[in-house]
Structure formats: C-alpha cells, structure tokens
Write a protein that binds this ligand. Structure first.
Ligand code: SF4
Length: 400
C-alpha cells in the first residue's frame, strides 16, 4: 500500500491578492510612510524623532504573516492551527486569533487529535524535526513559513553532523529557533550539538577544550543545552559554529573567534581546518537593524531611545542592548507602555528574553522642557502600525 504524503505549502497559497487589503488594514501606517519619506525624521514643536533606517517587519516575518492570512482564505471551513506564536509580537498573534486561527499552544486549547482535515502553520523560526515528523504522520496539511535564513543555518548544522562535527550553537536554548536548529543535528546518528548563550558560557567550553577538566561539572553547567549522550571528551574534538539568526552579531563573531583560538591552541594551526568550521549565520535583516541603530546613534545625539517589540523577541532585546550601551533606552512592547508624559512601563534592558516579562515603571522618562530628540527603532516582529502609534503618542506627550 502506498501512503500519500500531504502537500506542504512552502511557496505561498495563491491567495496573496485576496488578503493584501486585510494585511494593509491591519499593519500599515501612513505616518510611518511619511517619516520614511522625510529622511526618517519626524519634527513636531520641540520634538524630533529619528527613526532607524531599518526597523520593524523583516522579510521572514512579512512572509510568515502573509501566509497565515492566506491559509485562512485558502481553507475556509477547515481548522487552521498555529503551533505557537507565529512571531514574537502579541498584537500580531492576537490579530491572527481574531481572524480564526487557533494556537495549539494556548492554555484553553484542548489536546487535538490532528488529522488530514487540519491545516497547521509552522512559524518563521521553524519547528523541530520531531514535531515535523509528528505532523506528517498525522497527515495534516502544513503551511511551512520557516524563513530562508533559518533554513540556511539548518543546512550548515546538517553538514556539520554529516561530516562528524559537533554544532556549537550561539543561541537561547529555550528559543523555538534554537531548539529547531539543534534538532537538525540529530538527523544523523552521530549528530551532536551544544548551545552557548554568551561569551561566559563560551569561555567555559573553550577552557575545557584547552585543558580538559571535570566532565560532569561541565555537563551540569549546560543542562538541556547538549545533545543526548553528549561526551565533552570526544564531542569537542571537531566543532562547527552556528547561531540563532537573531543574536547580537558582534557577540556571535567574538564567540566564533574564541572557539577558533581554543581549537588552535589544542590542535595547532596546521590541522585547524579538520577540527574547526564556522559560518556566519546571523540573518541579513537582523544585521541591518543592528547596523541601522548604530548608525542612528553615531549620527544623532539623542535624549533617549525607544525600542519597540515583544519582550520575548530575541532580535528586539539585542537592539535594546545596543542602544542601552550608548543612550538611555526604554524597551516597550507597544504604545500602551507609554503611560503618560511622566511614566513609562518597560522591560529592563539585559534581562534574558526567554525569562518571563518583568516590567518596571519609570517616572520622569520624558524631559519636559527644551529641545527633545528621541531615537526610535523596532524589532523584526513589530508591524508599522505599532511604530506609528508610538510616534503619535510621544508627539502628544511632548506637546502637553
Ligand atoms: S529575523 Fe531573520 S531569520 Fe528571523 S524571520 Fe526575520 S529574516 Fe528570517
């Protein structure tokens, strides 16, 4: 008996025009278009807002959201599910719920016996190999919005596994993208991975590569961050670096250099290529947004920076880290966080993006007199209408 594999929608659903109006109504902002056209500058009385030249929705998120709306239009009368948040933006996810898409991850959502009638949208940051196999087994129809830049990382991780290299992934171990990427290594029986969050964790592993040490202590330092059966004595002999696409680029490059130096010290320059590989897998959209905010801060003296985006959005948190190193910075989830000219609700910069969102309220955040210059950027999962509402609210408070 032959089994028919369900069709996987990866290149659109031929409903682009049908949903274009709905998408524009939900996420477009005329004000943002005007600010862009005005050299990314918005003047109003004593206020000047400088918008970063790259901000907001990236190509991967744009496509994922578009496909989600297309899926609803293409499959009327069928259950359309998302595996979880399509991107890390509460507004976008709530709008998708309102359009009839159900989230398998929602607490109120009962366990589903998914079957051939069900459509499942896979998010831009991908799902694990095991989850994909499960959906295939159940025969449901996947709409795969995994971003091409994430697929590029997977390609490198699979190649590492094929060639007997352990993937060292710079990422957040609980982030969906990193879990999906790590799972790619397990497509091969000897595939291995280890996830490092930052320079400190990289330094611990580099020290083990150079000097060896207490194997159990090392494993205890990385709970849930290594492949099953990971043995640091054998699995760190050949390594390849990769990263979650939304990490801080400067940090990822530095971590790659740290591992290269450790392997060079351990095995010597002559044979380095047989022990160490690296590819820059930060996506271009993340890089452009990080570069744009540096450029803004280099060219404009600002009183403060506002960074808009979900608190669990890795790329937004990293934009906030860049800004906070140079200026007073407020990471807000949406315009409602701008409580008044006196008070702002925001997430302290530097708290891990995988931790529950702990907000604080800061008083006297907006200088009340004199010239006021505000820098503004938004993470890759923040739509323009939210950015536009932030501009309008700051303008209102500055003129009060
Ligand atoms: S942030 Fe980069 S990898 Fe992630 S969806 Fe956007 S373009 Fe793709």
């Amino acid at each position: 008996m032959t089994t028919t594999q369900p069709l996987i929608f990866r290149k659109g659903l031929d409903m682009k025009e049908a949903v274009a109006g709905e998408l524009a109504a939900a996420y477009h902002s005329r004000l943002v278009d005007e600010v862009r056209a005005g050299n990314y500058r918005h003047e109003s009385g004593r206020l000047t807002i400088h918008l970063a030249r790259e901000f907001g929705f990236c190509y991967g998120v744009d496509r994922a959201v578009d496909y989600a709306y297309q899926a609803v239009a293409r499959f009327p009368g069928r259950n359309v599910f998302l595996t979880g948040e399509i991107i890390h933006n509460p507004h976008v996810n709530d709008r998708l719920r309102a359009s009839g898409i159900r989230f398998l991850s929602d607490p109120g959502e009962p366990d589903h016996d998914l079957g051939p009638d069900d459509v499942v949208i896979l998010p831009a940051f991908g799902i694990t190999v095991q989850e994909m196999a499960d959906f295939s087994k159940r025969g449901c129809t996947p709409v795969d919005t995994t971003c091409g830049s994430v697929l590029n990382v997977w390609k490198n991780v699979v190649r590492y596994a094929e060639d007997g290299f352990t993937a060292i992934i710079h990422g957040k171990v609980r982030h969906e993208e990193t879990r999906a990427t790590a799972s790619q290594a397990l497509k091969y029986p000897n595939g291995r991975y280890l996830v490092v969050l930052d320079r400190d964790e990289a330094a611990v592993v580099c020290d083990y590569i150079r000097n060896g040490g207490d194997r159990d202590a090392l494993l205890a330092r990385f709970p849930n961050a290594v492949s099953p059966g990971f043995n640091p004595d054998t699995d760190l002999q050949r390594i390849g670096c990769a990263n979650q696409t939304t990490m801080l680029m400067s940090e990822s490059l530095e971590i790659g250099d740290m591992f290269a130096a450790a392997m060079r010290d351990r095995y010597g320059e002559a044979v380095l290529a047989t022990h160490f590989r690296a590819f820059d897998t930060i996506c271009s959209a993340t890089q452009e947004r990080q570069d744009a905010v540096e450029e803004l801060l280099n060219s404009e003296p600002v009183n403060l920076m506002i960074v808009v985006g979900g608190y669990n959005s890795s790329n937004t948190c990293n934009l906030a880290r860049i800004c906070a190193a140079r200026a007073r910075t407020y990471h807000i989830a949406d315009p409602d966080c701008l409580l008044s000219a006196e008070k702002i609700r925001h997430r302290p910069v530097g708290a891990p993006s995988t931790a529950p969102a702990a907000e604080v309220v800061t008083e006297n955040w907006l200088p009340t007199s004199g010239r006021l210059v505000v820098g503004l950027t938004a993470g890759a999962s923040t739509p323009n209408n939210i950015v536009g509402q932030v501009i309008e609210t700051v303008e209102r408070f500055a003129s009060a």
